[in-house]
Design a protein around this ligand. Sequence first.
Ligand SMILES: [Zn+2]
Ligand SMILES: [Zn+2]
Length: 191
Amino acid sequence: MKKITILILVLLLATSFVSIEPKTIYIQPLGNVKQEYINYLKKSVESFFGYNCVVKPKQNLTSDILAGSKTRYEAGKILKKYNSNENVLLITEKDIAHRKSNEFPEWGIFGLGYRPGSTCVISTFRLKKNVSKAKLLDRLKKVALHEIGHNLGLEHCTNDKNCMMTSASGTVKQVDREKKWFCSKCWSLIK
Ligand SMILES: [Zn+2]
Ligand SMILES: [Zn+2]
């Protein structure tokens, strides 16, 4: 009897430490997105955060989410439009931007996510120039996990340059430099 009690206790402890709390996150493609990218993201998010990942049918990119110049989409408008109680990772192959300053009202970005919140958006547009598909997938994964990290409440990390929560500051070099890894400080803040 004592053995069983101990075993149950160990199992309870194990389940409470292993996963963050299994929840569902939806992947929402905006416009045409290669199925391969979506499949890879699904696998990546599931294995990194232990989420259940469900892919939703594609939604069209509409004019209400265009930025002022009409040449790219405004990330803030996308987040507002698709924000809900569900966890949503939006992905598009189109260019997305946000206002950095008056000088750069449409600063091109890789992704944006509420902090904390349930919605984030990523774009392949600035990740895919002159690189192999493997490299692009690698970057896409890092950007997605970074934005979900913001949703989970994480700020930019200054603890370790290899941590995926380090600010990319608009340069893909930083994304390439990171490991597919959160430093212990960032993990502890999520938990
Ligand atoms: Zn960030
Ligand atoms: Zn970190």
